[in-house]
Design a protein around this ligand. Structure first.
Ligand code: NAD
Ligand code: TDX
Length: 358
């Protein structure tokens, strides 16, 4: 049984990936710092699985990393640990610099030390997969797509920190020969996403009779991918990708934010009708735009389809319906992960910048 070290496995994509890898027959070590976005509730269903082990810790803790690697002898690392919310990076960039840049660097350094001392054939088959975002490429006009050769042009503290980490990963491949892979993925949605992000925030706010705040005029475009499709793509890249390469992952689902929010309202109107001709759409309001709001993201995912045969299974309609039903059925989870941490308030106006910068 091959062992994987997954970092950030108590977050949204990480917890879905932990479940997926266990189903694929891997042994999984989950290293997570349990920030506001990381919750043991998201992996409760696997905590007693004998092939699963949780370690509470930081990817920037070199001593801890050395101990985990020496003890668990993983045949690969999938790095998902990160600060991931653009709005929070506007208010308080420090944690983004610390975890996304310094954390990735320390993880790379400890991994290199471990990999250099591996014997044949473990050394040849070892892989370090760094999970990144399409936001490193910047913002698109109405035409065109991000490809793997699109120049980096990050525009938020979040995307700049992710871009830096991608560069470090590539540097470790070219300089030291560490067998790395990078994936750049579009917006994910699905179960276990922290309710600060657009789709869960709108579902939960709608259901609780709160306003649905659409930034600007709602015409910004995102390319949506169901999280389980992303997990499948990550394992394909991990198992079959060529070291040193980058793979774009996308859902071929470009939607304006207003279209997404309206689709959610229509699903809720069917699943939990308000009655008397009222619609959840009545709760939509337009609010001050996000500072530096990227206009459009859209992924060209031909490379991963051509080379690895991956394409998404879920359509936006089927994925969104599954997601809405999941949030309606799992309100215990929402309560548990938000309690004392987040009250669905507006973030990222940049008017309460925090952090010491030290
Ligand atoms: P998330 O915020 O839901 O989860 C991040 C997890 O990392 C949490 O469990 C948190 O506790 C953990 N973590 C944070 N700092 C840590 C540290 N220093 N050490 C160990 N653990 C730490 O994020 P997500 O949406 O699941 O994203 C996962 C990864 O995928 C990120 O790298 C993100 O940049 C990338 N990504 C996300 C999306 C998306 O739409 N959500 C799209 C493309 C790429
Ligand atoms: O209340 C809101 N109203 C609104 O109009 C929120 C929270 C968001 N938005 C808009 C902003 C974006 O155009 O919706 C869009 C999606 O916003 P987020 O869910 O914050 O995601 P985004 O900023 O696009 O970034 C996401 O996708 C790429 C993830 O958070 C990143 O981690 C990932 O890298």
């Amino acid at each position: 049984m091959r062992t994987l070290l997954i970092t950030g496995g108590c977050g949204f994509i990480g917890s879905n990936l932990v479940r997926y890898c266990l189903k694929q027959g891997y042994r999984v070590i989950n290293l997570d710092k349990l920030t506001y976005a990381g919750n043991l509730a998201s992996v409760r269903d696997v905590e007693n699985n004998p092939s699963y082990n949780f370690v509470h810790g930081d990817i920037a803790d070199t001593d801890l990393l050395r101990k985990i690697l020496a003890k668990e002898q993983p045949s690969g690392i999938l790095n998902l640990a990160a600060e991931s919310h653009v709005d929070r990076s506007i208010d308080a960039p420090d944690d983004f610099i610390q975890t996304n840049i310094m954390g990735t660097y320390r993880l790379l350094k400890a991994t290199l030390e471990y990999w250099e001392n591996l014997d044949h054939p473990a050394k040849e088959t070892f892989r370090f997969l760094h999970v990144s975002t399409d936001e490193v490429f910047g913002s698109l006009d109405p035409e065109g797509y991000f490809t793997e050769t699109t120049p980096y042009n990050p525009r938020s503290p979040y995307s700049a920190s992710k871009a830096s980490s991608d560069h470090l990963v590539r540097a470790f491949f070219h300089t030291y020969g560490l067998p790395t892979l990078i994936t750049n993925c579009s917006n994910n949605y699905g179960p276990y996403q922290f309710p600060e992000k657009l789709i869960p925030l709108m579902i939960i706010s709608a259901f609780n009779g709160k306003p649905l705040p659409v930034y600007g005029d709602g015409s910004n475009i995102r390319d949506w991918l169901y999280v389980e499709d992303h997990c499948e793509a990550l394992v394909e890249v991990f198992e079959k990708g060529r070291p040193g390469e980058t793979y774009n992952i996308g859902g071929h689902n470009e939607k304006t934010n207003l279209e997404v929010v309206q689709a959610l309202c229509d699903l809720l109107d069917d699943l939990r009708p308000k009655g008397y001709n009222a619609s959840y759409r009545d709760q939509i309001i337009f609010v001050t735009d996000r500072p530096g709001h990227d206009r459009r993201y859209a992924i060209n995912a031909e490379k991963i389809q051509r080379e690895l045969g991956w394409k998404p299974k879920e359509s936006f309609e089927t994925g969104l319906e599954k997601t809405v039903k999941w949030y309606l059925d799992n309100q215990w989870w929402v309560k548990e992960v938000t309690q004392g941490k987040y009250n669905l308030e507006r973030l990222g106006l940049g008017n309460r910048r925090e952090g010491t910068g030290k």
